[in-house]
Design a protein around this ligand. Structure first.
Ligand SMILES: [Zn+2]
Length: 88
């Protein structure tokens, strides 16, 4: 399984903003994560899984370093996903 460059991190973006990450403790003791867009409230659930079980995810699967911040900066992101082409 491929790993991304150690110095790079993936930042979850929605509505040109960095998504907020919250971690919840489940009743069974495991942790559950949620990425939430502060603009449109889009919600992505992240489940933890032991690294050893990830071999079943098929070709092209990669372990990503994902940035999870409960209080990300509220500044607008310039990204390819945005069709807004203003300069700052
Ligand atoms: Zn959004």
């Amino acid at each position: 399984m491929a790993t991304e460059k150690a110095s790079d991190v993936w930042v979850p973006v929605c509505c040109s903003r960095v998504m907020r990450f919250n971690k919840f403790r489940q009743a069974d003791g495991g942790d559950l994560g949620a990425l939430v867009c502060t603009v449109c409230n889009k919600n992505i659930t992240l489940e933890q899984e032991p690294l050893a079980t990830t071999s079943s995810y098929g070709e092209g699967a990669a372990i990503l370093s994902l940035l999870g911040s409960p209080k990300p900066p509220r500044t607008e992101r310039r990204s390819a996903a945005s069709d807004d082409d203003r300069t700052l």
